[in-house]
Design a protein around this ligand. Sequence first.
Ligand code: LCS
Length: 394
Amino acid sequence: MTNNHKRFNTSAIHDGYDPSDLLGSLTAPLFQTSTFTFETAEEGERRFAGEEDGYMYSRLGNPTVTVLEEKMAALEKGERGLAFASGMAAVSAILVALTKANDHILCSAGLYGCTFGLVSMMKEKYNIDHDFSMMETKDEVRGLIRPETACIYVETPINPTMKLIDLQMVAEVAHECGIPVVVDNTFASPYLQRPLELGCDVVIHSATKYIGGHGDVIAGVAVGKKDFLDHVQMTTQKDMGGIMSPLDAWLLIRGLKTLPIRVDRHCDNAEKIYAKLNKHPKVSRVLYPDDSDHPDYHIRQKQMKRGGGLISFEVKGTKKDAQKMLNNLGFIKIAVSLGDAETLIQHPATMTHSVVPEASRQQMGVNDQLIRLSVGLEEWEDIWGDLEQALDQL
Ligand code: LCS
C-alpha cells in the first residue's frame, strides 16, 4: 500500500490508504470501535498468539490508527510508525523501552519542559542518570558516552532556543558505540527534516503541532525500525496504555494532507516576521535558524529544507516587559502549543519551561525576557502589524 517513491506532497495525500480496500471511500473511514469480533474462539486464539494478522482490541491496534502510522512511516522514511495519545506518551514509551535502572541518557542541552521533567523523574525513581550537551563536536559526544549509556536523545531545533544539532554527526558517533539516537522532530516536521535519512534510529513527534496543524488534537507518533516499534507496541505502549484514539488519527490523517503547503506558508511568514523583529528597537535578540548570522546556520543548510515556523526573541527589559508585550497583542493568541493556523505566542520561563528549575533554565538559555512565537497562516502583514503595535507600546 505504501509507495516510498512518491514525492513528499503526493505521499502526504496518498500513502497509507487505498480506497479500494474499503468500498471506495475516498477518505479513510473512522473505525470508532473499542473491540473487534472473532468468527470463532480459535480465530481469537490465533490472533492473540500472533499466528494470524487481524485486529483484536483498539489498544492493540485500530485500522484508522494504522493508516496514520503508515502515512507517518512513509513521510519519515521509516519502516513503521506507532501512534500515541500525546507527544509525551510517545517520548515516555520510547525512553522507558530503551532504558533500565542505572542506565544513562545523553540529552541535547535544551528539551521541552515535560521531557526534562521525565528524565528528571527517571533519575529520581530508577537512578537513570543523564547529561546535557550541545553536541557541537564528535569528541564532545564521545566524551559523554558511558558504558551504561542506553541512548542519545536529541531535540533539534531545540524548544524554545532554536539551537540546532548536527544529526548525522551525532548518529555516526552513537553507532561507533552501538547506541541508538532518538530525535524529537516536532519543531521541523518531516517536511523540513528527516532524521532517519541522516542515520538516526527513532523519530518522535508531538503530532499535536504541525502534523495535526489545526489545534484540535493532542497526539504523538514515533517512527523507526519495525522490530523496535513492534516491541514498543507490545510492551511499554500496550502495558502503559498511551494509545491514540481513532478520531484523533482521523483528524491527523486529514491534517497531514496539507502539511507541505502549510509548512511552506509558515516558513514564508516566519522569514518575513524574523526580518522585521530583527530591526525593532525594543527587541534585543532574535533566534531563528534561517539567518546566515545564526551560529547553526550551516546545520540548517545541511539538514533542514527551511527554517520552520517558530521564532524566539528577547525583549529589552524584564519579565514584566515580556508579559506586557503579550498582553498588548490583539488577534495573536497567548497560548502554548505551536504549528497551528493561528499565530500563538507564549512566555517559556513561566509556561512551557516553568517546570525546569531556574538554574537549568538559564543554562538552556531560557531567560525571563524570552518570548516564543509560533507564526501562523494569517497574512504576514497582519501578524507583523499586531506584533509591532505590541512592541511599540513597551
Ligand atoms: N516534544 C516537543 C518538542 C514539544 O514541544 C512538546 C509539547 C512535546 C514533545 C510533548 O507533546 P504533547 O504531549 O504536548 O503532544 N510542546 C508544547 C509546547 O511547546 N507548548 O505546549 C506544548
